[in-house]
Design a binder for this molecule. Structure first.
Ligand SMILES: Nc1ncnc2c1ncn2[C@@H]1O[C@H](COP(=O)(O)OP(=O)(O)O)[C@@H](O)[C@H]1O
Ligand SMILES: [Mg+2]
Length: 558
């Protein structure tokens, strides 16, 4: 007995007999067997159906692959054909010459991009032009495919045509190149026009034409976005299968005459390798469908930038000679062609500027570092105000940037006062000296701001000395072995301008004043400052000296 409840069952007690007859038990057992058999039959039939379906798929892939091998394929064989193929079909294909297999990384990403406008740009030899040639082949089975591949000069185009001869006839053995029209014609009727375009005004050759795929190789050779803009208006098709995949595909090395607009269009607006709604390169505003359109206010199309690296192309990396050649180039060229650095512009004024060395993550500025401020004023063009602090080794840290358009002197002063409410007043503040210019009796911009409580002194007018001072500051401080000027990564305009501002074509000692230079000018004024923590201590001591040693009431007895 347990303490509570029912007594435990005796495990040795005889089992209770079934309370049904032997015949009934036999009937039930037979029924269960039948149920089990039925279940098994159902499973087997589903499996057979699945195999039948898979067999059909394999059959069609195998046919496609066989056609490809015989040279009668109506379309290019891609990975999806191989993934459904059985081991034996795979083996068959792998025994054959594979025409093209994308390199892992950027090349693969470029070829699988679905955005309308993609730039694959960066290091030379990354496999960009090769990928551009391959990209349109996926549409060439469609009789309505019209492709256009463009280069700036005829010589460079010839190089591409030669490469296309190797690739295209392998992919579509019955495709042929019509020399007179410089056009590939595929068995389906699809075409790919290879042409060159040197001068902007020649875009009229494309008037009235429509293409569903447009590729521009070495787009940085075009000095302005004019050609790109015009060609995009030619991106049209009436084919429903092709319409969702209409694409502009560009490749290019950094630098070149068009480096500046490419940077604004693809590189500056967004993180690399991530799609973003296309923006206007001048205003930075998103391009949207107009009001009244069914997609009104939605992004017009998406863009993406894919950086190319030489290291991603095993075909050129193997023997290391190409890399060694790129490494031996002068600094600016090396940065562009080997490292794919878009920040070094054509004839860059500050090639020594490096984001790695000169740009830092923000931190709290110690309260005993003197603050300084400088500004370049503009109304239609932007105004730039920079705030800096000077450390005990006399290095300048630019910790804030205000970059605004269409602010009157009064509005700008208000913004500055608001920002400086919670921090020490700058000990040195300098404004573009032309702000003291007066055209009539009214107050100048400098005067307006000073009256409102934002003090300024006029900037040093000597542009060349200012530039030399920026160079000196960008160089290392022998004490710390680090640059004398560092910029918080939040000051994006200053960083962009320092890395991209070109030298003047007429005076190689100065920067090109036609380029956007407001942040650079403010930085130049700021660099000329003589303040340091020691001068400020000196100032405060002299103030104490005045109080202690020159007492008004002669309490010290002299
Ligand atoms: N996926 C690939 N398969 C085979 N060869 C490739 C591939 N990608 C690049 N290559 C080879 O590398 C060479 C250099 O590539 P290319 O496209 O001319 O470089 P880029 O245009 O970036 O300077 C090409 O001529 C080609 O022979
Ligand atoms: Mg190329």
């Amino acid at each position: 007995m347990t303490k509570r409840g029912r007594p435990r069952k005796d495990p040795n007690a005889p089992k209770q007999p079934y309370n049904v007859s032997t015949i009934e038990r036999a009937r039930r057992a037979t029924q269960k067997r039948i149920r089990d058999q039925r279940r098994k039959a159902k499973k087997a039939s589903a499996k057979a159906e699945h195999h039948k379906h898979a067999a059909k798929k394999i059959e069609s892939s195998a046919k496609k692959i066989q056609d490809g091998l015989n040279g009668t394929a109506s379309r290019v064989i891609d990975e999806s054909d191989l993934t459904v193929a059985s081991e034996s079909v795979r083996d068959l294909v792998e025994d054959q010459e594979v025409i093209f297999r994308p390199n892992n990384g950027p090349q693969e990403e470029f070829l699988s991009s679905s955005e309308e406008d993609v730039l694959y740009g960066g290091a030379a030899g990354g496999g960009k032009s090769f990928a551009l040639l391959v990209d349109p082949l996926r549409y060439c089975h469609n009789p309505n495919h019209r492709g256009l591949l463009l280069r700036r000069t005829l010589d460079e185009l010839t190089e591409l045509i030669d490469k296309s001869r190797q690739l295209y006839t392998k992919a579509f053995p019955k495709a042929h190149f019509r020399e007179a029209k410089s056009t590939w014609v595929f068995p389906s009727g699809a075409t790919m026009w290879f042409t060159y375009l040197d001068r902007d005004k020649d875009v009229t050759r494309f008037q009235g034409q429509a293409f569903n795929w447009i590729g521009i190789d070495e787009i940085t050779q075009y000095p302005t976005p004019y050609v790109w803009d015009y060609l995009r208006s030619r991106l049209r098709t009436t084919d429903d299968e092709l319409r969702p995949n209409m694409s502009m595909r560009c490749t290019g090395n950094p630098g070149g005459v068009g480096g500046w607009w490419i940077k604004k269009m693809y590189i500056d607006p967004h993180e690399f390798n991530k799609p973003f709604a296309a923006t206007d390169i001048e205003s930075g505003q998103q391009l949207l469908y107009p009001d009244g359109h069914e997609k009104a206010r939605q992004p017009l199309f998406y863009r993406k930038f894919i950086p190319a690296r030489l290291t991603d192309n095993p075909y050129l990396m193997q023997d290391g000679r190409y890399e060694a050649m790129l490494r031996s180039l002068p600094e600016v060229e090396r940065k562009r062609l080997l490292e794919g650095d878009w920040d070094v512009a054509e004839g860059a004024a500050f090639p020594e500027f490096s984001k790695e060395r000169h740009v830092v993550a923000p931190f709290e500025i110690p309260t005993n570092w003197p603050r300084i401020r400088a500004a370049d004023y503009g109304y239609a063009s932007p105004s730039c105000v920079l705030w800096g602090a000077i450390d005990w080794d006399d290095n300048i840290w630019i910790y804030r940037e205000l970059y605004v358009k269409q602010h009157t002197g009064e509005q700008l002063a208000d913004r500055i006062l608001e920002i400086e409410q919670t921090e020490p007043t700058p000990q040195y503040s300098v404004l573009d000296s032309s702000c003291w210019n007066k055209t009539g009796f009214g107050p100048s911009i400098a005067e307006t701001m000073i009256r409102l409580g934002v003090r300024w002194t006029p900037s040093d007018r000597n542009r060349l000395q200012g530039k030399m001072e920026v160079h000196r500051r960008l160089a290392d401080n022998p004490l710390t072995k680090l640059p004398r000027i560092r910029i918080f990564n939040t000051c994006s305009n200053t960083i962009r301008q320092l890395s991209g501002i070109p030298l003047s074509k007429s005076n190689s000692e100065d920067v090109d004043t036609k380029a956007e230079d407001h942040a650079y000018d403010a930085l130049r004024y700021l660099s000329m400052c003589r303040t340091s923590p020691f001068t400020s201590i000196h100032k405060s001591l002299s103030h104490i000296k005045e109080q202690v040693y020159k007492p008004q009431d002669n309490t010290f007895g002299y």
